[in-house]
Design a protein around this ligand. Sequence first.
Ligand code: ADP
Ligand code: ZN
Ligand code: ZN
Length: 799
Amino acid sequence: MQVAQVIVDVPARQTNSPFSYSIPDHLADQIQPGMRVQVPFGNRKITGFVVGFSDSSSFNGKLKPIADLIDLYPVVNSELLKLAEWLADQTYSFKISCLQTMLPGGMRTKNQKKLIAKNEQVCQQYPEIFQGQPEVEYDRQKYNNQVLAEILNLQKAGDIQVEYDLTNRARPIMRKAYRGQLNDVQIDDALKTVRKNARGQIQLLNLLKTHQNETLLVSKWASLGVTSATLKAAEKKGWVASTLKRHVRNPFLRDVAPSQPFKLQPDQQAAVDSIEQAVVHKKDQVFLLEGVTGSGKTEVYLQSIAHALELGRTALMLVPEITLTPQIVGRIRSRFGDQVAMLHSAMSSGERYDEWQRINQGKAKVVVGVRSAVFAPLSNIGLIIMDEEHDSSYKQADNPRYQTRDVAKWRAAYNNCPVVLGSATPSLESRARAMKGVYTLLKLPHRINQHALPHVSIIDMKTELAKHHSALSTKLADAIQVRLDKHEQVILLLNRRGYSAFLMCRDCGYVPRCPNCDISLTMHKNTHTLNCHYCGHKEPVPTVCPQCHSKRIRFYGMGSEQLEEQVKDMFPTARVLRMDVDTTRKKGSHEAIIDQFGAHKADILLGTQMIAKGLDFPEVTLVGVLNADSALQFPDFRSSERTFELLTQVSGRSGRADKTGEVIIQTFNPDHYAIQLAKTQDYEKFYATEMRVRHDGKYPPYYYTVKLTGNSPSENQTASEMFGIMNFLKKQLSPQAIILGPTPKTITRIDNRYYYQIIIKYRKEPQLKATLDEILVQSQKKQRQGLQIAIDNEPLDFM
Ligand code: ADP
Ligand code: ZN
Ligand code: ZN
């Protein structure tokens, strides 16, 4: 008899190895690794993943049987099961968390299932399952064991398709749509009556001609450049009529026209050739594709993917968080059409499940997605691409704390395929590996069409502030005016890292702080509240200082909202768009802003980091960075690297087409090397300078790092436990290991728990892994007393 090995859903060290369960007879041939099951555990029933089988002969005593199946087919394939093992080990996390991470969000909870007959015949042949309906709800209570076995067999044979019902999946989504009410003659008449400068109305009327008898969703109209305000006005005039239309879930919000591959430039061709060689010869080689913004990296990705597809293999392309997707996904879809599946965090769980399902069934051959897409159930991968490989969104901050790059390399080794890491500003770690020959360096040193890099100037805000109190320096304000006069576009970046608007009393200096956390509260103008960004605490904005009763309590610092107000005041005729977390909360609003700006319906786009990346607008000839150095103040050794990256990237937004661009960077540290070198976009020199800094400070890539964080409700307890851990580490590790701390974290108290951390820097510590595992086992025992320990391997955040 076979015994199933099950990882149970109890995140604890003791349950991190599989438990054995016997397999009831009716499931003996059906159960497969990667399926979820219900098993008895203590006196409850819990879920678990079947990860393998073993022979019962090695087992003494009576085994409890598996109680029931949750999945009717494996939801984690054999590759991902192996990956989960490795990931748990790498990230010091529980196997169950790793397995759950691999499923699309909505599937982590219990779902209803639907059984769909492949054809009429199947439906008629199995009345005990279908009762003559082509689709039935899966209801375990209704089936005896024999019928269940039958269902599983049919599923395996492909005669039944099993679908998971995710919340809101069954409910059709209704959206507002408009339909034209005029014939050609009436349209021409209407055109004669509208004002010449009513551009929106003229556009709508012209579109009504080509879209007669079509009912288009508001989102579709928006993609054609017609706002909902224009539509509402048109409805009043009787030009269009509104209805509700069923919205078909489609993560690609707009249609994309097919595109043809470009004839490659010599550097691009050389890169594609090397990558293709590795694809053909199934080598798990890692390439670092280093190319300035606009050097044609994306075209290299697209043509390399095409080669993988020609060989019948699939491709995985990873991009940073949503900021990049709309434009890049458009380009990929225009080349590969419906073979593309997309996975990102702004999609609903239903959409993500649909895409996941298409990938799992082998219908999608190219997957584009953010960090978690690295777990896409693609098989036969021929190429993995990581665009903007340096981006910090590739590191997951919570359990399992994985670095996407490492997972990508693991999957490449498993699938015998190459990985391409692309960036204009590679992480120092990757570039150092390329210098050592661990990665193969491919360079694209020229911008396509030899477009000159934009001219960059640096403004010292110390001298500016002595003159006036505007957020915009005189030079930047003048430059904006010039662009407005020439009808060109401007991007303004507000670096919001570690930057927020807080309240302060001008008389006594009082700053309202969160009662639960050691942090000042952030002013939210739209809700008129003070919010804590860590625990969610909210309170009304005081009008008098609670400390000295002065009325001069005002807010300091600047958010994008205040910047927008200032800019509108200074340039009353300019059309200004703002893009930040507040204006992009609603689904599709990010795309809408990009579309609007792209169609030149606004003159100035201002926003946070979100606007820095990947966007390609030919009419933008000026980029202004308002506070280049707010990240430089951070007590983090990567702050120079981040600043350099951000400035280089945002500068790349200017002058993408025929017009030469200009960049103006405002800073309080005009002489800092990260800012000076961003001026010339000199990555090589930055790399050399920064490597020296890292060498002297014993930081990555010269040293490996691990961060241990401990927290508990008592500061004493946290501190004393962390000192205990430090002493243990000192005993176990070699004298060459550098152990920093324990120190209180920058924000020591969050939600009334106290946080301390230890950083370990090391080059070679064979005992480290075992030591950290031991610390976790020991800390589990103390969890009852409220202590929590987290280990972050190669952390990106040191505060
Ligand atoms: P990157 O990804 O390095 O920023 P892109 O791939 O976006 O660069 O290329 C910049 C621009 O040049 C894009 O508009 C792209 O369509 C165009 N382009 C890329 N490769 C070629 C080529 N070989 N010939 C002509 N145009 C190209
Ligand atoms: Zn006061
Ligand atoms: Zn708080």
